[in-house]
Design a protein around this ligand. Structure first.
Ligand SMILES: Cc1cc2nc3c(=O)[nH]c(=O)nc-3n(C[C@H](O)[C@H](O)[C@H](O)COP(=O)(O)OP(=O)(O)OC[C@H]3O[C@@H](n4cnc5c(N)ncnc54)[C@H](O)[C@@H]3O)c2cc1C
Length: 374
Protein backbone atom coordinates (compact mmCIF):
# COMPACT_ATOMS: atom_id res chain seq x y z
CA UNK A 1 0.00 0.00 0.00
CA UNK A 2 1.38 3.43 -0.96
CA UNK A 3 0.71 6.10 1.68
CA UNK A 4 1.41 9.75 0.87
CA UNK A 5 1.62 12.08 3.89
CA UNK A 6 1.25 15.77 3.05
CA UNK A 7 3.04 17.86 5.68
CA UNK A 8 5.99 17.09 7.95
CA UNK A 9 4.94 19.04 11.01
CA UNK A 10 4.71 17.11 14.24
CA UNK A 11 1.54 15.31 13.05
CA UNK A 12 2.81 14.17 9.64
CA UNK A 13 6.33 13.42 10.89
CA UNK A 14 5.10 11.33 13.84
CA UNK A 15 2.78 9.41 11.51
CA UNK A 16 5.49 8.75 8.91
CA UNK A 17 7.78 7.59 11.71
CA UNK A 18 5.13 5.30 13.14
CA UNK A 19 4.27 3.78 9.76
CA UNK A 20 7.91 2.96 9.10
CA UNK A 21 8.80 1.53 12.52
CA UNK A 22 9.99 -2.06 12.12
CA UNK A 23 7.54 -3.19 14.81
CA UNK A 24 4.54 -1.60 13.10
CA UNK A 25 4.20 -4.57 10.74
CA UNK A 26 2.36 -2.26 8.36
CA UNK A 27 3.06 -3.27 4.76
CA UNK A 28 3.19 0.31 3.54
CA UNK A 29 5.44 2.43 1.33
CA UNK A 30 5.50 5.92 2.73
CA UNK A 31 6.20 9.19 0.93
CA UNK A 32 6.17 12.51 2.78
CA UNK A 33 5.72 15.78 0.87
CA UNK A 34 6.70 18.92 2.75
CA UNK A 35 6.45 22.42 1.26
CA UNK A 36 9.38 23.76 3.27
CA UNK A 37 11.30 21.58 5.74
CA UNK A 38 10.18 19.25 8.54
CA UNK A 39 9.04 21.29 11.54
CA UNK A 40 9.02 24.60 9.64
CA UNK A 41 5.28 25.20 10.18
CA UNK A 42 3.25 25.76 13.35
CA UNK A 43 5.06 22.94 15.16
CA UNK A 44 8.31 24.92 15.05
CA UNK A 45 6.78 28.02 16.65
CA UNK A 46 4.48 26.35 19.15
CA UNK A 47 4.51 26.95 22.88
CA UNK A 48 4.48 23.14 22.90
CA UNK A 49 3.30 22.25 26.39
CA UNK A 50 2.54 18.53 26.60
CA UNK A 51 -0.32 18.21 29.03
CA UNK A 52 -3.77 16.97 29.98
CA UNK A 53 -4.29 19.84 32.38
CA UNK A 54 -7.99 20.42 31.69
CA UNK A 55 -10.31 18.01 33.54
CA UNK A 56 -13.53 19.42 32.01
CA UNK A 57 -14.02 16.57 29.51
CA UNK A 58 -12.83 13.35 31.18
CA UNK A 59 -12.79 11.36 27.91
CA UNK A 60 -10.59 13.95 26.17
CA UNK A 61 -8.48 14.22 29.33
CA UNK A 62 -7.87 10.43 29.13
CA UNK A 63 -7.00 10.76 25.44
CA UNK A 64 -4.42 13.39 26.32
CA UNK A 65 -2.93 11.42 29.21
CA UNK A 66 -2.47 8.50 26.79
CA UNK A 67 -0.65 10.97 24.52
CA UNK A 68 1.63 12.09 27.38
CA UNK A 69 2.55 8.49 27.97
CA UNK A 70 3.13 7.96 24.22
CA UNK A 71 5.65 10.84 24.30
CA UNK A 72 7.53 9.24 27.19
CA UNK A 73 7.83 5.99 25.20
CA UNK A 74 8.76 7.74 21.97
CA UNK A 75 11.42 9.89 23.64
CA UNK A 76 12.86 6.85 25.41
CA UNK A 77 13.35 5.27 21.99
CA UNK A 78 15.52 8.25 21.01
CA UNK A 79 17.48 8.08 24.31
CA UNK A 80 16.59 11.28 26.19
CA UNK A 81 16.62 13.64 23.20
CA UNK A 82 17.23 17.36 23.85
CA UNK A 83 13.92 18.21 22.13
CA UNK A 84 11.71 16.42 24.69
CA UNK A 85 11.89 17.96 28.15
CA UNK A 86 9.91 16.21 30.92
CA UNK A 87 10.32 19.30 33.08
CA UNK A 88 6.98 19.47 34.88
CA UNK A 89 4.87 22.58 35.19
CA UNK A 90 4.30 25.06 38.01
CA UNK A 91 1.20 27.26 37.95
CA UNK A 92 0.15 29.83 40.49
CA UNK A 93 -2.84 31.98 41.26
CA UNK A 94 -2.88 35.17 43.31
CA UNK A 95 -6.40 36.60 43.53
CA UNK A 96 -9.29 34.91 45.36
CA UNK A 97 -11.30 33.75 42.33
CA UNK A 98 -8.22 32.37 40.59
CA UNK A 99 -7.02 30.61 43.77
CA UNK A 100 -10.39 28.90 44.10
CA UNK A 101 -10.36 27.80 40.44
CA UNK A 102 -6.82 26.47 40.73
CA UNK A 103 -7.57 24.53 43.92
CA UNK A 104 -10.67 23.06 42.23
CA UNK A 105 -8.68 22.07 39.16
CA UNK A 106 -5.97 20.34 41.21
CA UNK A 107 -8.64 18.45 43.17
CA UNK A 108 -10.45 17.34 40.00
CA UNK A 109 -7.24 16.33 38.24
CA UNK A 110 -6.05 14.38 41.30
CA UNK A 111 -9.45 12.67 41.37
CA UNK A 112 -8.83 11.57 37.78
CA UNK A 113 -5.50 10.04 38.83
CA UNK A 114 -3.40 12.84 37.25
CA UNK A 115 -0.22 13.97 39.01
CA UNK A 116 -1.28 17.36 40.44
CA UNK A 117 -0.32 18.81 43.85
CA UNK A 118 -0.50 22.05 45.75
CA UNK A 119 3.01 22.91 46.92
CA UNK A 120 4.60 25.25 49.46
CA UNK A 121 6.60 28.30 48.45
CA UNK A 122 9.75 26.54 49.73
CA UNK A 123 9.15 23.66 47.35
CA UNK A 124 8.47 26.17 44.56
CA UNK A 125 11.81 27.91 45.25
CA UNK A 126 13.62 24.59 44.99
CA UNK A 127 11.91 23.86 41.65
CA UNK A 128 12.37 27.35 40.21
CA UNK A 129 15.06 29.22 42.20
CA UNK A 130 15.05 32.26 39.89
CA UNK A 131 11.29 32.83 39.65
CA UNK A 132 9.33 35.05 42.02
CA UNK A 133 5.78 34.29 43.12
CA UNK A 134 3.86 36.54 45.53
CA UNK A 135 3.99 35.30 49.16
CA UNK A 136 0.23 34.61 49.24
CA UNK A 137 0.15 32.73 45.89
CA UNK A 138 -1.50 29.34 45.69
CA UNK A 139 0.96 27.17 43.79
CA UNK A 140 0.24 23.96 41.88
CA UNK A 141 2.80 21.51 40.53
CA UNK A 142 2.15 19.03 37.72
CA UNK A 143 5.29 16.86 37.66
CA UNK A 144 4.19 14.65 34.73
CA UNK A 145 3.90 17.46 32.19
CA UNK A 146 6.56 18.25 29.61
CA UNK A 147 7.50 20.60 26.83
CA UNK A 148 8.84 19.98 23.36
CA UNK A 149 11.11 21.83 20.99
CA UNK A 150 8.73 21.21 18.11
CA UNK A 151 11.03 21.97 15.17
CA UNK A 152 13.84 19.58 16.16
CA UNK A 153 11.32 16.93 17.23
CA UNK A 154 9.55 16.97 13.84
CA UNK A 155 12.93 16.87 12.09
CA UNK A 156 14.11 13.91 14.16
CA UNK A 157 10.93 11.96 13.43
CA UNK A 158 10.96 12.76 9.71
CA UNK A 159 14.62 11.78 9.41
CA UNK A 160 14.10 8.52 11.30
CA UNK A 161 11.19 7.75 8.95
CA UNK A 162 13.46 8.44 5.97
CA UNK A 163 16.20 6.25 7.43
CA UNK A 164 13.59 3.50 7.83
CA UNK A 165 12.58 3.65 4.17
CA UNK A 166 10.19 6.58 3.72
CA UNK A 167 10.75 8.90 0.79
CA UNK A 168 11.01 12.50 1.98
CA UNK A 169 10.22 15.17 -0.62
CA UNK A 170 11.00 18.62 0.84
CA UNK A 171 10.66 22.07 -0.66
CA UNK A 172 7.71 20.91 -2.77
CA UNK A 173 4.12 21.98 -2.18
CA UNK A 174 1.13 19.81 -3.02
CA UNK A 175 -0.98 22.26 -5.02
CA UNK A 176 -4.00 20.00 -5.36
CA UNK A 177 -5.43 16.62 -4.56
CA UNK A 178 -5.81 14.44 -7.66
CA UNK A 179 -9.06 12.54 -7.99
CA UNK A 180 -10.59 9.76 -10.07
CA UNK A 181 -14.33 9.86 -9.53
CA UNK A 182 -14.92 10.05 -5.79
CA UNK A 183 -11.48 8.65 -4.95
CA UNK A 184 -8.43 10.74 -4.09
CA UNK A 185 -5.51 9.26 -6.03
CA UNK A 186 -2.60 11.41 -4.84
CA UNK A 187 -1.38 14.97 -5.31
CA UNK A 188 -0.05 17.35 -7.96
CA UNK A 189 3.17 19.04 -6.86
CA UNK A 190 4.17 22.62 -7.59
CA UNK A 191 6.75 21.36 -10.11
CA UNK A 192 3.94 19.72 -12.11
CA UNK A 193 4.71 16.15 -11.01
CA UNK A 194 1.88 13.86 -9.93
CA UNK A 195 2.48 11.55 -6.96
CA UNK A 196 0.07 8.61 -6.89
CA UNK A 197 -0.98 6.91 -3.69
CA UNK A 198 -3.53 4.40 -2.42
CA UNK A 199 -4.05 6.71 0.54
CA UNK A 200 -3.26 10.41 0.85
CA UNK A 201 -3.04 11.72 4.41
CA UNK A 202 -3.65 15.44 4.77
CA UNK A 203 -1.44 16.56 7.68
CA UNK A 204 -0.87 20.07 6.33
CA UNK A 205 -1.89 21.80 9.58
CA UNK A 206 -3.33 25.28 9.09
CA UNK A 207 -3.03 24.87 5.29
CA UNK A 208 -5.22 21.76 5.24
CA UNK A 209 -8.50 23.50 4.33
CA UNK A 210 -6.93 24.98 1.18
CA UNK A 211 -5.57 21.62 0.04
CA UNK A 212 -8.78 19.73 0.84
CA UNK A 213 -10.85 22.35 -0.98
CA UNK A 214 -9.12 21.38 -4.26
CA UNK A 215 -11.16 18.14 -4.10
CA UNK A 216 -14.30 19.85 -2.79
CA UNK A 217 -13.69 18.57 0.77
CA UNK A 218 -14.45 20.88 3.71
CA UNK A 219 -12.90 21.00 7.19
CA UNK A 220 -14.45 22.84 10.17
CA UNK A 221 -11.49 24.93 11.33
CA UNK A 222 -11.43 28.56 12.45
CA UNK A 223 -10.64 30.92 9.57
CA UNK A 224 -7.48 32.85 10.54
CA UNK A 225 -8.36 35.70 8.15
CA UNK A 226 -11.59 36.61 9.99
CA UNK A 227 -11.17 39.85 11.98
CA UNK A 228 -10.62 38.93 15.64
CA UNK A 229 -10.02 35.25 14.72
CA UNK A 230 -8.73 33.07 17.58
CA UNK A 231 -6.36 31.17 15.26
CA UNK A 232 -3.54 33.75 15.02
CA UNK A 233 -1.45 34.13 18.17
CA UNK A 234 1.85 35.46 19.32
CA UNK A 235 5.00 33.87 20.70
CA UNK A 236 8.21 35.59 21.76
CA UNK A 237 11.60 34.04 22.35
CA UNK A 238 14.28 35.77 24.38
CA UNK A 239 18.02 35.71 23.89
CA UNK A 240 19.84 33.05 25.97
CA UNK A 241 19.09 33.19 29.69
CA UNK A 242 20.63 29.95 30.88
CA UNK A 243 18.93 28.51 33.93
CA UNK A 244 16.31 31.28 34.22
CA UNK A 245 13.58 28.60 34.38
CA UNK A 246 13.88 24.85 34.75
CA UNK A 247 10.46 24.01 33.34
CA UNK A 248 7.06 25.39 32.40
CA UNK A 249 5.82 28.23 34.60
CA UNK A 250 2.31 29.65 34.33
CA UNK A 251 1.93 32.91 36.23
CA UNK A 252 -1.06 35.25 35.98
CA UNK A 253 -0.64 36.96 32.58
CA UNK A 254 2.32 34.89 31.37
CA UNK A 255 3.16 31.40 30.18
CA UNK A 256 6.90 30.74 30.02
CA UNK A 257 9.27 27.85 29.46
CA UNK A 258 12.89 27.24 28.47
CA UNK A 259 13.57 27.73 24.74
CA UNK A 260 15.76 25.68 22.43
CA UNK A 261 18.38 28.52 22.35
CA UNK A 262 18.64 28.59 26.15
CA UNK A 263 16.31 31.62 26.41
CA UNK A 264 12.64 31.62 27.26
CA UNK A 265 9.52 31.08 25.15
CA UNK A 266 6.81 33.54 26.24
CA UNK A 267 3.08 33.64 25.54
CA UNK A 268 0.04 35.41 27.06
CA UNK A 269 -3.60 34.73 26.26
CA UNK A 270 -4.72 38.33 26.75
CA UNK A 271 -2.12 39.59 24.25
CA UNK A 272 -3.12 36.86 21.74
CA UNK A 273 -6.65 38.23 21.85
CA UNK A 274 -5.49 41.48 20.19
CA UNK A 275 -3.58 39.73 17.39
CA UNK A 276 -5.27 38.84 14.13
CA UNK A 277 -4.01 38.87 10.54
CA UNK A 278 -4.39 42.66 10.39
CA UNK A 279 -2.05 43.24 13.37
CA UNK A 280 0.70 45.67 12.33
CA UNK A 281 4.41 44.91 12.85
CA UNK A 282 4.48 47.77 15.39
CA UNK A 283 1.68 46.14 17.42
CA UNK A 284 3.48 42.80 17.33
CA UNK A 285 6.75 44.39 18.52
CA UNK A 286 4.88 46.19 21.28
CA UNK A 287 3.36 42.90 22.42
CA UNK A 288 6.88 41.43 22.45
CA UNK A 289 8.07 44.21 24.75
CA UNK A 290 5.11 43.62 27.04
CA UNK A 291 5.87 39.89 27.19
CA UNK A 292 9.47 40.70 28.13
CA UNK A 293 8.30 43.08 30.88
CA UNK A 294 6.12 40.30 32.30
CA UNK A 295 9.01 37.84 32.06
CA UNK A 296 11.21 40.26 34.04
CA UNK A 297 8.54 40.42 36.74
CA UNK A 298 8.53 36.61 36.80
CA UNK A 299 12.34 36.24 36.78
CA UNK A 300 13.68 39.44 38.42
CA UNK A 301 17.32 38.74 37.49
CA UNK A 302 16.51 38.22 33.81
CA UNK A 303 18.81 40.28 31.59
CA UNK A 304 17.81 38.70 28.26
CA UNK A 305 16.16 40.72 25.49
CA UNK A 306 13.48 39.71 23.00
CA UNK A 307 15.25 37.75 20.26
CA UNK A 308 12.17 37.15 18.15
CA UNK A 309 8.46 37.80 18.30
CA UNK A 310 6.29 35.96 15.82
CA UNK A 311 2.67 35.86 14.90
CA UNK A 312 1.72 32.22 14.37
CA UNK A 313 -1.45 30.51 13.27
CA UNK A 314 -2.83 27.48 15.03
CA UNK A 315 -4.86 24.93 13.15
CA UNK A 316 -7.96 25.39 15.30
CA UNK A 317 -10.99 23.11 14.85
CA UNK A 318 -14.17 25.12 15.49
CA UNK A 319 -15.11 23.00 18.52
CA UNK A 320 -11.50 22.65 19.69
CA UNK A 321 -11.33 18.86 19.24
CA UNK A 322 -9.17 16.90 16.77
CA UNK A 323 -10.37 16.26 13.19
CA UNK A 324 -9.17 12.75 12.37
CA UNK A 325 -10.42 10.20 9.86
CA UNK A 326 -11.30 9.22 6.29
CA UNK A 327 -13.04 11.98 4.37
CA UNK A 328 -13.20 10.28 0.95
CA UNK A 329 -12.01 6.98 -0.46
CA UNK A 330 -8.23 7.39 -0.62
CA UNK A 331 -8.20 10.45 1.66
CA UNK A 332 -7.49 10.61 5.40
CA UNK A 333 -7.26 13.88 7.36
CA UNK A 334 -5.31 14.49 10.59
CA UNK A 335 -5.61 18.10 11.76
CA UNK A 336 -5.77 19.27 15.35
CA UNK A 337 -5.01 21.92 17.89
CA UNK A 338 -2.85 20.58 20.74
CA UNK A 339 -1.09 18.65 18.02
CA UNK A 340 2.16 18.77 19.97
CA UNK A 341 0.59 16.93 22.89
CA UNK A 342 -1.37 14.50 20.74
CA UNK A 343 1.04 13.63 17.89
CA UNK A 344 2.52 10.27 18.93
CA UNK A 345 -0.76 8.90 20.25
CA UNK A 346 -2.61 10.02 17.13
CA UNK A 347 0.13 8.51 14.99
CA UNK A 348 -0.33 5.11 16.65
CA UNK A 349 -4.12 5.18 16.27
CA UNK A 350 -4.06 6.50 12.70
CA UNK A 351 -1.54 3.81 11.71
CA UNK A 352 -4.01 1.23 13.04
CA UNK A 353 -6.81 2.72 10.95
CA UNK A 354 -4.60 2.75 7.86
CA UNK A 355 -3.98 -0.95 8.50
CA UNK A 356 -7.76 -1.48 8.41
CA UNK A 357 -8.47 -1.55 12.13
CA UNK A 358 -10.86 1.31 13.04
CA UNK A 359 -10.02 2.90 16.38
CA UNK A 360 -12.92 3.39 18.82
CA UNK A 361 -10.77 6.04 20.56
CA UNK A 362 -10.91 8.19 17.43
CA UNK A 363 -14.68 7.80 16.92
CA UNK A 364 -15.57 11.12 18.68
CA UNK A 365 -13.12 13.05 16.52
CA UNK A 366 -14.31 12.37 12.98
CA UNK A 367 -14.11 15.38 10.64
CA UNK A 368 -17.75 14.91 9.56
CA UNK A 369 -19.21 15.09 13.08
CA UNK A 370 -22.03 17.60 13.42
CA UNK A 371 -20.76 21.18 13.55
CA UNK A 372 -21.52 22.46 17.07
CA UNK A 373 -21.88 25.96 15.66
CA UNK A 374 -24.91 24.94 13.56
C1 LIG B 1 1.53 29.86 19.72
C2 LIG B 1 1.07 28.43 19.76
C3 LIG B 1 1.04 27.76 20.95
C4 LIG B 1 0.63 26.43 20.99
N1 LIG B 1 0.70 25.77 22.17
C5 LIG B 1 0.47 24.45 22.20
C6 LIG B 1 0.70 23.74 23.40
O1 LIG B 1 1.10 24.30 24.41
N2 LIG B 1 0.48 22.39 23.39
C7 LIG B 1 0.04 21.74 22.26
O2 LIG B 1 -0.14 20.53 22.32
N3 LIG B 1 -0.19 22.40 21.11
C8 LIG B 1 0.01 23.74 21.05
N4 LIG B 1 -0.19 24.43 19.91
C9 LIG B 1 -0.77 23.74 18.75
C10 LIG B 1 0.27 22.90 18.02
O3 LIG B 1 1.45 23.63 17.86
C11 LIG B 1 -0.30 22.46 16.67
O4 LIG B 1 -1.52 21.76 16.88
C12 LIG B 1 0.67 21.55 15.93
O5 LIG B 1 1.96 22.12 15.83
C13 LIG B 1 0.13 21.27 14.54
O6 LIG B 1 1.04 20.41 13.89
P1 LIG B 1 0.81 20.03 12.38
O7 LIG B 1 1.84 19.03 12.03
O8 LIG B 1 -0.61 19.70 12.16
O9 LIG B 1 1.02 21.42 11.60
P2 LIG B 1 2.39 22.12 11.12
O10 LIG B 1 3.44 22.05 12.13
O11 LIG B 1 1.99 23.46 10.60
O12 LIG B 1 2.84 21.20 9.91
C14 LIG B 1 2.18 21.21 8.67
C15 LIG B 1 3.27 21.12 7.62
O13 LIG B 1 2.64 20.97 6.35
C16 LIG B 1 3.37 21.71 5.41
N5 LIG B 1 2.42 22.00 4.33
C17 LIG B 1 1.32 22.78 4.41
N6 LIG B 1 0.66 22.76 3.23
C18 LIG B 1 1.35 21.93 2.42
C19 LIG B 1 1.17 21.52 1.08
N7 LIG B 1 0.12 21.93 0.36
N8 LIG B 1 2.09 20.68 0.53
C20 LIG B 1 3.15 20.25 1.27
N9 LIG B 1 3.36 20.62 2.55
C21 LIG B 1 2.47 21.45 3.11
C22 LIG B 1 3.85 22.94 6.15
O14 LIG B 1 5.01 23.48 5.54
C23 LIG B 1 4.11 22.39 7.54
O15 LIG B 1 5.47 22.03 7.73
C24 LIG B 1 0.20 25.77 19.82
C25 LIG B 1 0.22 26.46 18.61
C26 LIG B 1 0.65 27.77 18.58
C27 LIG B 1 0.72 28.49 17.25
Amino acid sequence: MRVLVVGAGIIGAALADRLTRPASGAPVRVTVVEAEAPGAGTSGTSYAWINANDPADPAYHRFRTAAMSAWRDLAAGFGDPAWYRPSGNVTWAADDGARERLAGRVARLSGLGYAADLITSDRFRRLEPHAAAPPDALIAHYPGEAHLHGGPAARALALRARDSGAELVTGRRAVRLNTGGDRVTGVRLDDGRDLDADLTVCAAGRHSPALLATAGVGLPVVDPSEPGSAAPCLVATTSPAQGALNGLVHAPGLSARPAENGGLVLEADDLDAGIDESASPALIQEAGRELLARARALVPALTAEVAEVRRCVRPLPVDGYPLIGFQRPGLYTAVTHSGITLAPHLAALVAEEIAGRPSPELAPYRPDRPDPAL
